[in-house]
Design a binder for this molecule. Sequence first.
Ligand code: R5P
Length: 324
Amino acid sequence: MSIHIKHGAGMRGPVKLFTGNSNKKLAERIAAYLGVPLGNAEVSRFPEGEIFVKIRENVRGCDVFVLQPTCRPPNDSIMELLIMIDALRRASAERITAVVPYYGYARQDRKDQPRVSITAKLVANLITAAGADRVLTMDLHADQIQGFFDIPVDHLYAAPVFIEYIKSLNLKDLTIVSPDTGGIKSARAVAKRLDASLAAIDKRRMSGKDIQVMNVMGDVEGRNVVIVDDIVSTAGSLTEASRFLKDKGALSVYAAITHPVLAHPALERIEKSQLTELIVSDSIPMIEDVNNYKVKIRVLTVAQLLGEAIRRIYHNESVSSLFH
Ligand code: R5P
């Protein structure tokens, strides 16, 4: 579907959508939804690795959106985003919105050990200092990260896209499972929309890669279960949870996880797991390695959701009504 975003009297300058290198395909899908061409910008590297950005069209007075999930390689993605925002600000864009469907470093959001950085806040400071006026993001690891910005943040959820797909599976005796106690609120919201029951896993993280599942609260025996989460990184949480749920008598185990970070050894783990299907969004491009593994991964696009949010921000319409 494509809606041709309109520009008229009383509105801001024309809307423009630019992208860095981290997820060009998603940018193209959003541009197609909005019915606008992608902005012309060069985002290249000097031989030693420094990033060079040149905006190759006039953006004076424009309402500019820059799509750049800060995914792998996260440091390059962040730096590209910062330099693009700086270049657009110096080129006199009227307003700049950083569209960051996946916000990297989000898991470093508190000082939970002595002498560590709150890197999620540092990245927020950098985006603001570069000159962003607003942020549009999706399924932040913790809702409170919105408060790390002193500029407006629109926070979307991929859940409506997942819910439509899960409905199409026609799963009977459905239970939505939160893989940790922190995710219960989001899991409950999905369960309510699907008229499903709710369960939650009590897990313990032994290291960055290793997880131990302690218990499951709620009934999963004889049920089809869907684990919902924000990030699948090494897939330790996901595959341990699936094993545990199967051991407890679950009929099938699906997972709906917004951001497919899929760091090594995620694909090996998923291949060996008892997971029926992993459902993810295209907030992050799918890892190329995926074709070397026998894994059932379904990618659902969030381009229309992001495109519609951009249209509403441009027209000063409510974004929160997108969740209903
Ligand atoms: C944790 O709180 C997150 O919601 C994810 O469950 C976690 O980041 C996934 O990491 P991994 O896939 O490495 O277990």
